[in-house]
Design a protein around this ligand. Structure first.
Ligand code: HEC
Ligand code: HEC
Ligand code: HEC
Ligand code: HEC
Ligand code: HEC
Length: 363
């Protein structure tokens, strides 16, 4: 089996010049080729020109990427607001990976965000001149017709369809506190039922297993967010509300990614004039505390109440005082700006995942 899949790869590699990464089997760690990641230190204006050439030839991928958060990683308004409080080279390394991070005003390269070359021509990779890192699309005994049509060498590496292609940016520790995760999507994924699939299986194929898509739609796509969970509400007793949330196919905790994502689970009861009489809520998210009160110099993770992949969570809310009233409940996905000195937390945006009304019980 293994030998059969490697034969056509050897043929392909023979047509390229220069040192080449060794092909690895899917589960071999770490991958032999340099995979995409944050800026690795050199400013290369030539990469901007190369990116423009990718965009010219690959119109469909380019149109999808142009509308994506990867393209907007530095220019997106929500990032810009957070970055204004913390304009560091650490942020630029991932959000403007084509710009030299030491420059305060990173210019045109930053506007490319996570570009074609960021992923397909990783910095530090020993690719042949004009070489492009690509997925193993060839099956045993065949040569990909696309690879013959390509006017540039293709270095196909099975690791490119694994989490390795995303891990260096989507899983990292707090810069001032090694071991304290700032994002842990890959670590969460390793503990999920989807651990055997790459991130792209869900995020790059639309529909799943369909053609490759470079839109990376996630937090801004409310339909996708709603489809991610199965949500039910019950009122077993007059003052007791149970809301169950079961993740469908999510390959990590929910929410994942940025520190300031959360799911709000809420129930309220109002009188006939709409005045609130009773209410209760829970936050499913990462709860942080400032290491030094009132300063943003480091945070401690107090609690992680997010949904775990594959596990149902039941949230219990107490509506004492509203026994005889209908109860309105809702589950909302929220993106929030972090609070800081003199600056309260404020919502960047939210998506309603489910809502309903539970009448008073008949007892
Ligand atoms: C965030 C990383 C990332 C970015 C940015 C990115 N790609 Fe890709 N691209 C990938 C990965 C990973 C695959 C392989 C996906 C698979 O086969 O499941 C891929 C696949 C492709 C393919 C093969 C598609 C197919 O139908 O088999 C082309 C062509 C391509 N990318 C071109 C581009 C171009 C052009 C850009 C910029 C406009 C771009 N990519 C931006 C990661 C990226
Ligand atoms: C002169 C036009 C041209 C330029 C420039 C170009 N490509 Fe291609 N590329 C092609 C053609 C044609 C193919 C083969 C047909 C196909 O897959 O679209 C191809 C194939 C590919 C594939 C392999 C698709 C597969 O079969 O898995 C990837 C990935 C890719 N290109 C990415 C890039 C990236 C990234 C850049 C910029 C660094 C780039 N290309 C620059 C024309 C171009
Ligand atoms: C060079 C760093 C880098 C690499 C490599 C990278 N990403 Fe990203 N990705 C980012 C950044 C930065 C953002 C956030 C952009 C923003 O909103 O400001 C992002 C956003 C996303 C989003 C959208 C999240 C949302 O909230 O909607 C998805 C999905 C995603 N990436 C998946 C992937 C996958 C899958 C891969 C691997 C194939 C990958 N990324 C590789 C840096 C990277
Ligand atoms: C089994 C499918 C699946 C796999 C595998 C998967 N994801 Fe997701 N991911 C989802 C779903 C579903 C959502 C939420 C709905 C949506 O936005 O698509 C999501 C959301 C996200 C978000 C947006 C933040 C949030 O929670 O709203 C990011 C970032 C992300 N995924 C990154 C990754 C990375 C990186 C990997 C690989 C380590 C990965 N995902 C693997 C299904 C998957
Ligand atoms: C190691 C890579 C990395 C570094 C360093 C990094 N980020 Fe990010 N950031 C990401 C990724 C990946 C995402 C996408 C995950 C998601 O959407 O939940 C993201 C998402 C975000 C978002 C949400 C954007 C949106 O549009 O929804 C904000 C805000 C943000 N980062 C701010 C920052 C700031 C400010 C810094 C510097 C203090 C920083 N990031 C440093 C990788 C990084």
């Amino acid at each position: 089996m293994q030998r059969l899949t490697l034969t056509p790869l050897t043929l392909l590699l023979a047509s390229c010049s220069g040192p080449l990464p060794r092909a690895t089997s899917r589960d071999e760690q770490p991958p032999a080729a340099v995979m995409p990641g944050p800026h690795r230190g050199r400013d290369e204006p030539a990469r901007l020109l190369r990116n423009a050439a990718c965009v010219d030839c690959h119109e469909e991928a380019a149109a999808q990427w142009s509308a994506s958060l990867h393209r907007a990683a530095f220019t997106d308004a929500d990032f810009a607001a957070a970055y204004a409080h913390e304009p560091t080279r650490f942020c630029r390394g991932c959000h403007a990976p084509e710009a030299a991070p030491e420059r305060d005003s990173p210019g045109a390269a930053a506007e490319l965000g996570v570009a074609c070359v960021t992923c397909h021509v990783p910095q530090g990779a020993a690719l042949p001149a004009d070489g492009v890192l690509a997925a193993m699309t060839i099956t045993a005994g065949e040569r990909s017709p696309a690879s013959e049509a390509a006017p540039h060498p293709l270095v196909r590496d099975p690791a490119f369809t694994t989490t390795a292609a995303c891990a260096a940016c989507h899983d990292f520790d707090h810069p001032h506190a090694p071991g304290v995760p700032m994002q842990s999507t890959v670590r969460e994924h390793q503990r999920s039922p989807a651990a055997g699939d790459g991130c792209g299986g869900c995020h790059m194929h639309d529909p799943p297993r369909g053609p490759v898509h470079h839109g990376f739609a996630a937090s801004r796509d409310h339909e996708r967010l709603r489809a991610a969970l199965e949500i039910h509400a019950l009122r077993p007793e007059a003052a007791r509300i149970l809301i169950s949330l079961r993740p469908r196919a999510i390959g990590h905790a929910f929410p994942t990614g940025d520190m300031f994502r959360q799911v709000l689970v809420e129930a309220t009861a109002t009188d006939e004039q709409g005045q609130p009489l009773a209410g209760d809520q829970r936050i499913l998210g990462k709860i942080y505390q400032d290491r030094i009160a009132g300063s943003s110099r480091g945070r401690i993770l107090l609690e992680d109440t997010r949904l775990l992949p594959g596990a149902e969570a039941v949230v219990e809310l107490d509506l004492s005082g509203a026994e005889a009233l209908p109860v309105h409940w809702r589950v909302v996905y929220q993106r929030i700006d972090q609070e800081g000195p003199g600056r309260p937390a404020r919502p960047f945006g939210e998506a309603l995942l489910a809502a309903g009304v539970l009448p008073p019980t008949q007892e």
